[in-house]
Design a binder for this molecule. Structure first.
Ligand code: ACO
Length: 323
């Protein structure tokens, strides 16, 4: 049977890192408050010339080089983002053009912080059905552009960046020791849409709007939703927390990550944490974390990797993949 094997990754960050102390000069907050509540130490903030598409392009070029494939080999580009350069065309189409690709197709995926998990699942479906052999999946965001910099309860949490992976169709035997995506589980429930949202849009205010969040409500639901879809992944494959080599969660908040790992009995040393350095980069956080773990030598071929995310909507999902 066909499997979608991840054959390369790449990442790109804006040139400016902003520490908690620097942020405390413009917002009524402190390094201590942010670290204690979230684990965040710094985040990257895009300059005017750095956009979702430019960061996404940079990450994509590195992923293509890492996979040792050219843009000619790619059939489909999916860009997960909630902060597109323009309302339309899709940022994926912009990146497609920047990469010099005129064949195949490109589209955006909008599932907020769960976007990368939704995009990998979609790419896997294209590959499994034989409609694509190689898919470039990008998570790219410039959340700094939709933050209300007067609202200290949200603006300290987020950052900008991009990450990308290349998935390729390879033959597997259908067992859990195959390389590639083994199972994925997506969920959403729009009854929670007012707990984390942007208060503007083309069809309502004709403005971009700002991010609004009921932080405690998000926290309250996060761990239960995350652990639910991970238990689905274990049930579908017969694998367990003991089999996992690396847990690479969406990087929203250190406390959510620690509580989820604890509830699932995943050992702390198996958890990849980058929220301290990047803040919450929404759809970019998982591919940024993947790229860190690959390049510091932790993540190796054959490792079993559990990805999960939860975000606005609410949306949530898990992907179990053997590297
Ligand atoms: N600096 C200093 N003080 C602050 C700040 C800040 N940046 N923000 C809020 N405070 C104050 C509040 O005003 C409040 O003060 P008061 O007691 O005098 O009224 C106090 O800190 C406590 O505020 P709470 O909102 O109750 O703080 P809480 O402990 O709930 O932490 C937080 C807030 C970090 C947002 C938490 O609710 C959380 O982590 N929620 C999850 C949200 C999240 O991670 N969202 C990411 C997007 S969703 C996703 O990606 C999964």
């Amino acid at each position: 049977m066909k499997r979608s094997v991840i054959i390369g990754s790449g990442a790109a960050l804006p040139r400016n890192a902003v520490s908690n102390d620097e942020l405390a000069k413009r917002v009524d907050t402190s390094d201590e408050w942010i670290r204690q509540r979230t684990g965040i130490e710094q985040r990257y903030i895009a300059d005017a010339d750095e956009t979702t598409a430019s960061l996404g392009e940079a990450a994509a070029r590195k992923a293509l080089a890492d996979a040792d494939v050219s843009i000619e080999d790619i059939d489909l580009i999916i860009c997960a983002t909630s902060t597109p350069d323009n309302t339309f065309p899709a940022t994926a189409v912009n990146i497609q053009h920047r990469l010099g690709m005129t064949h195949g197709a490109a589209f955006d995926m909008q599932a907020v912080c769960s976007g990368f998990v939704f995009a990998v699942t979609t790419a896997n479906t294209y590959i499994m059905s034989g409609q694509a052999d190689r898919v470039l999946v990008i998570g790219a965001e410039t959340f700094s552009r939709i933050l209300d910099w007067e609202d200290r309860t949200t603006c300290v949490l987020f950052g900008d960046g991009a990450g990308a992976v290349v998935l390729e169709a390879q033959e597997g035997v259908g067992l859990s020791n195959d390389r590639g995506v083994l199972t994925s589980h997506l969920r959403s429930d729009g009854s929670h849409r007012d707990k984390l949202y942007v208060d503007g849009g083309p069809s309502t205010t004709a403005t971009v709007g700002h991010l609004r969040m009921q932080g405690r409500e998000v926290f309250k639901h996060a761990v239960a939703m995350i652990t639910d879809v991970i238990e689905d992944a274990f049930a579908a494959t017969g694998l367990s927390a003991d089999d996992i080599d690396w847990f690479i969660p969406h990087q929203a908040n250190r406390r959510i990550i620690d509580a989820s790992a604890k509830k699932l009995n995943i050992a702390p040393e198996k958890v990849v944490i980058t929220v301290s350095q990047h803040g919450n980069t929404s759809a970019a956080s998982i591919p940024l974390a993947i790229d860190s773990a690959r390049h510091d030598g932790r993540l190796k071929k054959g490792d079993l990797v559990l990805l999960e995310a939860m975000g606005g909507g609410f949306t949530w999902g898990s992907v179990l993949v053997r590297w």
